[in-house]
Design a protein around this ligand. Structure first.
Ligand SMILES: O=C(NCCCCc1cc2ccncc2s1)c1cc(-c2ccc(F)cc2)cc(O)c1O
Ligand SMILES: [Mg+2]
Length: 214
């Protein structure tokens, strides 16, 4: 049967990247998406903004919602201090299977815990399953209508501390209007918009960075 787009992306990584070299994996995926098939990775333009925020926060505890093929997982994990790990949640088993192989190809498997399942179920389990008290950095890149309910879940589960940084992809396209309204009007968050474009296109999109104030 015909291969899937994630499987073709993995083949492009195995063909064009160097094993153990995260930068070459990132470049191979961006090349594939610009020259072969568009795919919903955060991409190079928004990826550079992601890099700068991760570098600025230098987090000890990291959560990513929405692994897809592991592109942003690799971008984040390659910047983490030695001994720091990130937890990434993926709902789709086929995506997770490809992501595991791409993360391993980059040599970052020891810095990543990939968990399969819906965020609504997994978020309340995080404290006990992973011994995490609060997250320093959270990257939201999953179902756009789950951003708002899940940020409220983080608050209810006590997973945020004063200074926790949340970075949300696609706040313009496909768009997360309720989430934006909430973080921009809540007295508990300080929010800032980083304008960019939808990955590999000229369509307007951007990232919203929100700092929890407690
Ligand atoms: O849907 C997107 N991303 C989420 C995929 C949903 C996977 C999930 C992960 C998970 C984990 C835990 N719980 C529940 C879930 S659900 C997405 C879509 C576009 C896009 C933009 C314009 C288009 F014309 C067509 C697509 C661009 C993007 O950057 C995206 O991130
Ligand atoms: Mg996205």
């Amino acid at each position: 049967t015909r291969s899937t787009r994630p499987q073709r992306m993995l083949k492009a990584v195995q063909k064009n990247a160097t094993k153990g070299n995260p930068e070459s994996v990132i470049s191979a995926i961006d090349y594939f998406c610009k020259n072969s098939e568009w795919a919903m990775n955060v991409g190079d333009e928004k990826g550079s903004i992601l890099d700068s925020v991760v570098t600025e926060v230098n987090p000890s505890t990291v959560l990513e919602l929405g692994t897809y093929c592991g592109y942003s997982t690799v971008r984040i994990a390659r910047l983490l201090s030695p001994g720091t790990k990130l937890i990434t949640l993926e709902f789709n088993p086929a995506y997770a299977a490809v992501a595991r192989q791409i993360i391993a190809y980059a040599g970052l498997q020891d810095k990543v815990t990939l968990v399969e399942g819906p965020s609504s179920e997994l978020i309340p389990q995080i404290k006990e399953r992973f011994g995490i008290t609060t997250f320093d950095f959270i990257f939201l890149d999953h179902w756009k209508d789950r951003y708002l309910p899940d940020i409220k879940l983080f608050e209810e589960c006590g997973l945020l501390r004063k200074g926790s940084v949340l970075l949300a992809d696609n706040v313009i396209c496909p768009g997360t209007p309720e989430y934006l309204e909430y973080v921009r009007n809540s007295p508990h968050y300080e929010s800032r918009y980083y304008p960019a474009h939808l990955e590999y296109t000229k369509v307007e999109d951007g990232l919203e960075k929100s700092v929890f104030l407690g």
